[in-house]
Unconditional design. Sequence first.
Length: 349
Amino acid sequence: TPRPAGRRAQKLDERLAGYKGVWVFVEYERGQVHPVSWELLGEGRKLADALKVELAAVLLGPPDGAVRGFCDQAIHYGADLCYLACHPVLKDYRNAPYSAVLTELVNRYCPEILLLGATTLGRDLAGSVATTLKTGLTADCTGLAIDPENRGLAATRPTFGGSLLCTIVTLNYRPQMATIRPRVMAMPSADAGRTGRVIEHPVTFLEESIITKVLEFIPDDRAAEANLPFADIIVSGGRGMKRQENFRLIQDLARVLGAEVGASRPVIQAGWVGADRQVGQSGKTVRPRLYIAAGISGAVQHRVGMDKSDVIIAINEDANAPIFDFAHYGIVGNAMTILPALTQAFTEH
Ligand code: FAD
């Protein structure tokens, strides 16, 4: 939206100045918090420090005590305070009550920035909250910064199928909202000595006004199988593996290392493994302790999804392959002989 001029601009500035603080929605489900919430508190801390404002965590859930326990953890990960709303209608995630309570909190306390994980739940919730608040939402971000000119959030995300990165600033509306991909931000270290406030928010939402009921909870086994973003070790294969039968060498090494299997885009396009294994700009972002890339050239679209791995080992028969420019260790040679040798060596040890 273009910025108005004159007195209208002044009025707008006054209205925007009424919004203060950075908020992170802490995603709680079935006794657990999604790790992306802690990553966002680490990043939120940096944004709040840059703006010289407070960082708040927002926790919604059932009144069973478990949710409250996570307030301390949120404070240890960098929050100054925690807004807590507990009520039976918030037991299982449903858009209507979650959306209503989060919107109510925002209207009452007026944060300038609101961050959520780009998870299934976070995407669903962010969209409806932004629509109700009539504010801007930048979805699926890979970078956050403060834009000094507008004293606001500059959120970066891939666009046009991943071929461009664009940075978006919500100018005339608050809060500025963003969802952020898991594993893009570093996990902060917890400081058990940090203390903060907990502000409890009463929930008045009635079960009778919700048109959905949760009848049964069925875990998605496939999600557990391809938990790439949070894997400690990943063995990835690329087009250099040549054929689907050869890709088994990647899976064999992954098995002995207790690793997840990853792949570059041509492997997904060839149908050798499922799309949930794709690493890169239009796939998953990963941050394992060890990333082994075999037969992968290191194109920028692959690199942006994995170059924050602690240790990268590249296996490629071309000594000039770009992946050797950023891998920590490189093996120049044929993946078809090197992978079985590694599998055997790790099996013996
Ligand atoms: P290649 O680039 O073909 O490299 C194969 C490598 O294997 C070569 O370096 C070769 O030397 C080596 N090799 C060959 N034989 C052997 C052997 N026997 N032993 C060892 N090494 C061998 N790509 C992604 O991976 N993820 C994405 O999310 C992604 N998103 C994209 C989004 C857009 C909009 C676009 C345009 C592209 C995207 N790509 C993505 C594609 C990307 O540009 C590259 O084409 C792709 O990463 C290349 O995959 P590769 O390294 O497996 O294949």
